[in-house]
Ligand binder design. Structure first.
Ligand SMILES: Nc1ncnc2c1ncn2[C@@H]1O[C@H](COP(=O)(O)OP(=O)(O)OP(=O)(O)O)[C@@H](O)[C@H]1O
Ligand SMILES: [Mg+2]
Length: 497
């Protein structure tokens, strides 16, 4: 038995009010620590002051190497001491062996410890050493010492330090467990973000995996997001995905397209108005930003808004405040802002068409949506997805249709692919979608947006193979190349039907 209950009750009863108060305050103060570092540094300062020592040390025992590591060391001026060798290592080791607190008033002549060289080198006269236990093992040691004789190093203070050491080790246990848990939580959250799938966003390619991870991570924050990407890449989809993955998912997701809308109309939609603010304002009206309270607001095609509106939007982003048109009341809103554009905002800033301060407010977390030609592996996946979700779901793409789809540069991205598939489903016969049903606008044929020369060559060859039913001589003639070149390329790119 660790203690005798009746003796313990007697001890507690013998404590006076002030002593009990001190214990209560101490345990409450210790309970408030959430970080190992501050717990250790502050408790060390308390100990130094309570026993009136010159300096103190908190060292952690590294079991595997059987040596102490300095956690914190302070002097009476609360200055840090960065070197463990400034303390007596012999006495630290003795505490480990004895597994109990030690107190010496005349270290230099004490037969127990005067043999330690470190006692003489550091001119130590008085010393107290208290072990801190974690699960019955010594976790670390509190050591305080002085180069003069300290009468404050009393048996009572030794008892107090033992008690105090136990309280500190309990707090330490709690903090270490909490830290472990919070690290595990972080790791799990991070893993989860990597494996998350956004069902409505189709794509297995590396760029899409990166995008989903990014969307998932940013959705856990309230950061303003700027979605960049060509037309039809899925910017709207990404904005909705961020909202749906966030803690705001049960609150509204509202969107406003900002391109080609008269300024006053856009302003009244976003900010609302007061009765009489303009002709036709018959009653007070809440704006969309207010209506999205607690949720997310998506401003699409942000590059198109006027200078006046840019200034008003800056205010929303800086202070989360809005003023309805014709009103003087300032209203606070809690809305996460996501914006999107397919324009180069930085270029617009350079040209003086977009406010730089607003740009930086919007660009807190930019996310670029990959183009379809940057992820050719997803084309068939998407095409099949669109077919499966159509009314004529049982149709299958033929290998030549797949080749044609994969060989195209898709200037209109996923939206264009969707349209091409819808058209193909109407044009195709029976249960298969063949290459001749895959058609796009003539002028799109050779639209070159970032495609490599090889890619363009491949695209043109696929087109001619279709057009001339695989006749290599006619194809070579139409392209002004040799038949041999056509044969080589067909083999290299595996285009043989
Ligand atoms: N990864 C995807 N998976 C499935 N469908 C997608 C994907 N990306 C886009 N789409 C579909 O493509 C169409 C265009 O997407 P969206 O409207 O989000 O593009 P956008 O980038 O906002 O285009 P714009 O710049 O023209 O506004 C939509 O029908 C959308 O559902
Ligand atoms: Mg859009």
């Amino acid at each position: 038995m660790l203690f005798n209950p009746s003796e313990f009750t007697e001890h507690i009863k013998s404590l006076n009010k002030n002593q009990l108060k001190a214990i209560s305050k101490l345990s409450r103060a210790l309970n408030q620590f959430e970080q190992k570092e501050s717990l250790i540094e502050e408790t060390l300062d308390w100990v130094i002051k309570i026993v009136n020592a010159e300096r103190g040390l908190f060292a952690k025992l590294n079991y595997s190497e059987n040596k102490f590591e300095l956690v914190a060391a302070r002097n009476i001026e609360e200055e840090n001491i960065g070197d463990l060798s400034k303390f007596s290592s012999g006495i630290l080791q003795k505490t480990v062996v004895d597994k109990k607190a030690l107190l010496y008033h005349d270290a230099q002549t004490s037969p127990d410890i005067s043999k330690f060289e470190s006692i003489h080198i550091n001119k130590i006269k008085s010393i107290i050493c208290v072990p801190i236990f974690k699960e019955k093992e010594i976790w670390g040691v509190i050591l305080v010492d002085s180069s003069s004789n300290r009468q404050d190093f009393t048996q009572e203070n030794l008892l107090f330090l033992e008690f105090f050491g136990n309280l500190v080790s309990l707090t330490l246990d709690k903090i270490i467990d909490l830290e472990k848990l919070s690290t595990e939580k972080l790791i799990l959250e991070n893993k989860l973000a990597e494996n998350i799938s956004i069902p409505e966003m189709i794509g297995n390619s590396r760029p899409m995996q990166k995008l989903t991870t990014m969307l998932s991570k940013v959705s856990k924050t309230d950061a303003t997001v700027l979605i960049l990407g060509e037309s039809g890449t899925g910017k709207d989809l990404a904005a909705k995905a961020i909202h749906n993955l966030s803690s705001r998912k049960d609150k509204p997701f509202l969107a406003q397209f900002c391109g080609a809308i008269p300024d006053t109309l856009l302003e009244s939609e976003l900010f609302g108005y007061k009765k009489g603010a303009f002709t036709g304002a018959a009653a007070d009206k809440k704006g969309l930003l207010e209506a999205a309270e607690g949720g997310t607001f998506f401003l699409d095609e942000i590059g198109d808004i006027s200078n006046a509106l840019q200034a008003k939007l800056l205010r929303v982003l800086e202070n989360r405040e809005i003023i309805r048109l014709g009103d003087t009341n300032v209203r606070k809103i809690d809305v996460r802002i996501i914006t999107a554009t397919n324009q180069d905002l930085q270029q617009l800033v350079k040209e003086g068409k977009f406010r730089e301060d607003l740009f930086y407010r919007l660009n807190v977390f930019p996310i670029k949506i990959p183009t379809l030609r940057d992820r050719p592996g997803d084309v068939t996946l998407l095409a099949n997805h669109f077919i499966e979700n159509s009314e004529i779901a049982e149709k299958k793409l033929t290998p030549s249709a797949v080749r044609k789809l994969e060989g195209f540069t898709w200037p209109g991205n996923v939206r264009q692919l969707f349209n091409v598939i819808q058209r193909a489903l109407i044009l195709c016969e029976e249960d298969k979608v063949d290459a001749d049903a895959i058609i796009w606008d003539e002028e799109d044929d050779f639209k070159i947006i970032g495609g490599s020369l090889k890619h363009i060559e491949k695209m043109v060859l696929i087109d001619r193979l279709e057009k001339y039913a695989g006749n290599k001589t006619t194809i070579a003639d139409s392209l002004g190349v040799s038949v041999r070149w056509v044969q080589l390329k067909i083999k290299e790119w595996n285009l043989e039907k």
